[in-house]
Design a protein around this ligand. Structure first.
Ligand code: PRX
Length: 645
């Protein structure tokens, strides 16, 4: 049973930093810019530290180096769990809603959550995991996954969660890059009416992962997979041997909490490194501030824990705030398009946070799927992951929020760890499709192509951030040089986001999308180079170039231009084979929507593919391709135009 807390306000967070009006926002924003160290020290004071910091911030964006709460000692799970006891012992921490609607939901109290986490932590220790070791978590959306993440944090091990929709190829890259010692997985995962054989994928991957010593397999789909003696263990058996008491290991504020991979402009994913202290302070603060979370509310973020949204706003932000967070195993379309709304009604969800791509699909389904459920519990809605188009924004506001609920369009990234530009619910005046204003501590800059900052309003350019914030990624695991080149070289002295944006006459920000080689498909970040190298694995393919194009539901679709060694006879068969290869190497999310076979690609004399031209063709705009005279072979453009799909 969900126990509603008695107090209206959260007892931990009583500092001056609570924002309840636009006036508060303006005052605090100014204070956070004038005196960032004092501002963040006041927020951080509300947490439980084993030892307070000596200095709040040390930074240099040219190196780049960023450290927050220097020499502060803590354990993030003490803040997410122990300190909530005994007052919150019987309050539900996690509501788990299973894939199959007829199966029972689970309500895990804070007391039970701490016990589960301790058991998993002891299980990891029994299998040799120590502070600093990397643990790969490749699991479905089940409570054990939350226990696993927190268990790593409890003992100072570093988790690397890999989205369970990724295939063996992606898993291999991520395990090897992080040098994981142990893998936590499950026999399988449910996804609507499908079952995914997770253990089979892990077995395939581990043939190429020499660092992995042990695998612990949770039981979810009852498939009883074969276990490799000495390497594989059953979760239930191991957990039954583990005690429910595990002291938290002291970590430094700058010790690694987790690595999370995101796509880059080369084929190799980037392991973004997040650290304990700043990440905890910032995800907690932004969760409470942007959503205006009130004690006792039920909060639901529909993301998968395999993405940063799941890390920051299903697990660490809400749990450190003593919230009730809902974890959903299923998908919005199964058993029908009313599933989300059924769950909202069933658990009386107050705050609902999802992605524009989900909203667009839901919008296409008959409205009766919404109308049959009671959505009166909803108070605040949120979106994340890609620009939300105005039509979807209005549909969400009108039909789900019934025009009473503010829609919080939160702009942020895996790299930023937490919300950066976002309305504060019921405080910031909204503008559809605008992420609105920076949160306290965030100093955005709009840059022109030459690297000058555009300081007035009514400008458009590239979005950079001028000053550090506590939850920013500290490096790319094992490749600090790449971190510097990717984020701090385009505009020296500033963090470059890779996004374009517009700042209007009110100083409001609208994110216009990526300006680099990353495409966002259904809210998933994919590198074009990563998809190209998967396509090139097909023996018939000589070279390929991938671009994004506007797609009704997914936001962006994937358009591949492919050169084959020989002209293909059966084009459709070859397309299917290419899609299969991509699905196998990266995962089904990366399958190209359109594949056009071409005899050449538009290249400059130095051999660089002119993606601008390919993007235009993919968008269906073949009349205005710009200057093509600098191309090595301008003739190829006509062929590409004529064959456009
Ligand atoms: O392009 C922006 C887009 O998603 C990118 C970050 O993707 P990822 O690291 O996977 O994190 C997604 C979840 C935080 C950004 O560079 N993006 C994210 N939120 C928004 C957005 N674009 C527009 N509006 C948003 N609210």
């Amino acid at each position: 049973m969900l126990m509603m807390a008695e107090k209206a306000n959260n007892r931990y967070f009583q500092t001056m930093n609570i924002i309840r009006s636009f006036q508060d926002y303006t005052t605090q924003y100014k204070a956070s810019i004038a005196n960032p160290e004092d501002f963040w020290a006041a927020v951080a004071n509300d947490f439980s530290w084993r030892k307070k910091w000596d200095k709040v911030l040390q930074w240099d964006f040219h190196k780049p180096e960023v450290k927050w709460f220097i020499n502060g000692k803590l354990n993030i799970t003490e803040n997410c769990l122990d300190r909530h006891l005994p007052e919150r012992a019987n309050q539900t921490a996690i509501i788990w809603e299973p894939n199959h609607p007829q199966d029972e939901s689970k309500y895990i109290t804070y007391k039970e959550l701490l016990e589960h986490v301790c058991r998993v932590a002891n299980m990891l220790k029994a299998h040799g995991v120590q502070k600093g070791d990397r643990v790969c978590i490749y699991m479905p959306m089940i409570p054990e996954t939350a226990y696993a993440m927190l268990a790593c944090a409890r003992i100072g091990a570093v988790h690397s969660v890999v989205f369970a929709g990724f295939s063996a190829g992606s898993l291999i890259d991520r395990i090897n890059d992080a040098g994981c010692k142990l893998v936590l997985t499950a026999d399988g995962a449910y996804r609507g009416d499908k079952t995914i054989n997770l253990k089979g994928i892990v077995d395939e991957a581990l043939e190429k992962c020499p660092t992995v010593e042990k695998v612990i397999v949770a039981e979810r789909v009852n498939s009883k997979p074969a276990l490799k003696a000495g390497r594989d263990f059953r979760w239930n058996e191991e957990i039954s041997k583990a005690s429910a008491d595990c002291p938290a290991v002291e970590t430094d504020a700058e010790d690694l909490l987790f690595i999370l991979y995101t796509s880059g402009s080369t084929g190799k994913p980037k392991g973004m490194v997040h650290t304990c202290g700043g990440y905890m302070v910032y995800t907690n603060y932004t969760f409470r501030t942007a959503f205006q979370y009130q004690e006792g509310q039920v909060y639901w973020c529909t993301a998968d824990v395999g993405w940063i949204t799941g890390h920051s706003y299903i697990i660490y932000g809400p749990l450190s705030a003593g919230a009730t967070t809902l974890m959903f195993e299923g998908i919005p379309s199964w058993p029908d398009w009313g599933r989300f709304w059924h769950v909202v009604e069933k658990h009386r969800v107050n705050i609902f946070y999802t992605a524009p791509t989900a909203i667009r699909s839901l919008e296409k389904a008959p409205l009766s799927f919404v109308k049959q459920y009671d959505l009166h519990s909803l108070k605040i809605l949120g979106t994340v992951g890609e620009p939300i188009n105005e039509e979807a924004w209005h549909w969400y506001h009108e039909h789900i929020g019934q025009k009473r609920c503010p829609v919080i369009d939160t702009w942020w990234q895996t790299e930023t760890g937490g919300f950066m530009i976002s309305p504060i619910a019921s405080v910031t005046k909204l503008k559809p499709a605008f992420a609105t204003l920076p949160l306290p501590g965030v100093q955005p800059a709009v840059m022109d192509e030459k690297g000058n900052e555009l300081t007035t309003n009514e400008v458009e350019g590239r979005l950079a951030i001028k000053f550090p914030w506590p939850s920013m990624a500290r490096t790319i695991y094992g490749d600090h040089q790449r971190f510097k080149e990717t984020y701090f070289s385009t505009f020296p002295g500033k963090y470059f986001t890779g996004d374009g944006c517009r700042r209007d006459s009110d100083g409001y920000y609208r994110i216009t999308g990526r300006v680099d080689d990353i495409i966002i498909v259904s809210g998933h970040n994919l590198g074009t180079a990563e998809i190209e190298s998967a396509i090139d694995e097909h023996s018939a393919v000589c070279e390929s170039a991938v671009v994004g194009y506007p797609h009704d539901i997914k936001g962006q679709g994937i358009y591949a231009f492919v050169i084959c060694y020989d002209k293909p006879h059966e084009e459709e068969n070859l397309r299917n084979e290419i899609r299969e290869i991509v699905s196998k190497i990266i995962g089904p999310i990366a399958k190209p929507d359109k594949i056009q076979f071409v005899s050449g690609l538009p290249k400059t004399r130095s051999g660089k593919i002119m993606r601008r031209i390919l993007r235009k063709v993919a968008e269906g705009d073949t009349t205005n391709l710009g200057d093509v005279t600098t191309l090595l072979d301008p003739g190829v453009v006509d062929e590409i135009k004529n064959g456009a799909l």
